[in-house]
Ligand binder design. Structure first.
Ligand code: MEV
Length: 436
């Protein structure tokens, strides 16, 4: 039987055994492998297990460092968690390149987050608008037990707006609520407030005579991961002539123009824009993950923003004006440096410490700078050597592990492929010849 009821109630060992015995032929070996990835310290393992459900093992990802980032004049060694080869190397090389040209400038434009209560109202729209205006203070008062601490930190609810969507769906209205959650990502805070708003709305609708002309029913209350007003901007800039050396085979002006055109293509063509932005998120996600933040939320938001003008387009822009090269990125993101996993995950906690325990605003600036660096490095490779040269060199290690290359063989293969194109077939053939 490969289905089960009550799986979640089994102990961890029982879960592991059931999965191993049901889906694998070598169950003992599989259990050994899973167990090998348990944390040697039981307390730490308990913390990890607490993040999710039905856990049987841990799934490690590389934790790397991109040093030499100068952001707003301050040096950072940036922690990055990513499984793709070349990403950390590319970020590091872009950081160093721009370190010698003034570094990154980054600035948070705004920090507003959004939540929504979606509901149906069968009465007159006018009645609803009048009543909601009248009960705003009651909504705020009822949520006070949730908002008081956030308000003490300088955040809280910034605005409540009633929106009428009845043209698109009969009886559908929305409370759109703006929040400032300071240094926390704020998902739990926002969702708790929204659920309290739903309760208050229902209570009032069922007890206020002014609501008697219709019925009000809540559909759902949830934050929006689209936060276009939680926005950060990052930029690098230098005289075009200072780009000399970016590529040995190209002069600075040719490089700048080719780079500019490559970014323009990502603004024009959606297929290219998607890959271009994926390159940006290689950097952004790696830092978001390393600092214990929600990379799905950050990506979802960024891709929606990339389509804000009705067409999915590049998140970065390049300018060539009066002999000056400027490359900029504007990206929304909802992240935090307190709450969630940020302090609970032992490595996220250290990652934040490595960055000097930044505020959420400073972390947004760091992340945007890394996204821009990653994008710069990717486009630079694409318009010069192509990405495969560097990528396959980095990927060679993975191939060697996959092919079971031993010490001695590894060094010989790496030396041989130093000046030759790397492919899986070529490496396998060389290894076979080596062993003959
Ligand atoms: C690969 O992970 C990312 C790139 O494809 C990004 C790009 O094309 O700009 C290199």
């Amino acid at each position: 039987m490969s289905t089960i009821s009550g799986f979640s109630k089994l102990s961890k060992a029982e879960k592991m055994h059931w999965v191993a015995d049901t889906f694998f032929n070598d169950s003992q070996q599989v259990i050994k492998e899973w167990s090998n990835f348990w944390h040697p310290d039981a307390t730490q393992q308990d913390i990890l297990d607490g993040f999710s459900e039905n856990t049987i093992s841990n799934f490690p990802l590389p934790f790397g460092i991109a040093p030499n980032f100068i952001i707003n004049g301050k040096p950072y060694a940036v922690p990055m968690v990513i499984e793709e080869s070349s990403v950390v190397a590319a970020a590091s090389s872009a950081a160093k390149f721009w370190m010698e040209r003034g570094g990154f400038q980054a600035q948070v434009r705004s920090t507003t987050k959004v939540g929504q209560v979606h509901f149906l109202w069968t009465g007159q729209a006018d009645t609803l608008f009048t009543q909601v205006a009248a009960i705003k203070s009651k909504l705020l008062m009822d949520a006070k037990h949730l908002t008081a601490r956030m308000e003490a930190r300088g955040g809280g609810i910034k605005n409540i707006e009633l929106l009428d969507f009845t043209q698109e769906e009969a009886n559908y209205y929305q409370l759109k609520v703006a929040f400032d959650t300071k240094d926390s990502m704020g998902a739990n805070f926002i969702n708790s407030v929204l659920e309290q708003f739903s309760t208050t709305l229902l209570e009032i609708a069922s007890s206020f005579p002014n609501f008697s002309e219709g019925t009000l029913s809540i559909i759902m209350a949830i934050l929006s991961n689209y936060t276009p007003d939680c926005l950060v901007h990052a930029k690098v800039s230098c005289p075009v002539r200072d780009l000399e050396g970016a590529c040995p085979e190209m002069d600075a002006f040719t490089f700048a123009e080719k780079f500019y055109t490559a970014v323009r293509i990502a603004q024009i063509d959606t297929y290219r824009a998607t890959t271009h932005n994926k390159g940006i998120y290689n950097g952004i996600d790696a830092v978001v993950l390393a600092t214990g933040n929600d990379f799905r939320a950050v990506e979802a938001c960024g891709h929606t923003y990339a389509a804000r003008n009705g067409k999915y387009s590049s998140l970065s822009v390049c300018h060539l004006e009066q002999g000056v090269f400027t490359f900029e990125l504007e990206v929304p993101m909802a992240i935090g440096t307190v709450g969630g996993l940020t302090k609970l995950h032992p490595l996220a906690h250290r990652a934040l410490e490595l960055l000097g325990n930044p505020s959420a605003v400073e972390l947004m600036e760091i992340i945007a700078a890394v996204g821009l660096a990653q994008n710069f490095a990717a486009v630079k490779s694409l318009i010069t050597t192509g990405i495969q040269k560097g990528h396959m060199k980095m990927h060679l290690q993975n191939m060697l592990h996959h092919l079971g290359a031993r010490n001695g063989e590894m060094e010989a293969i790496i030396a041989y492929f130093e000046d030759k194109p790397v492919s899986f077939a070529a490496v396998r053939t060389f290894l076979e010849d080596l062993r003959k």
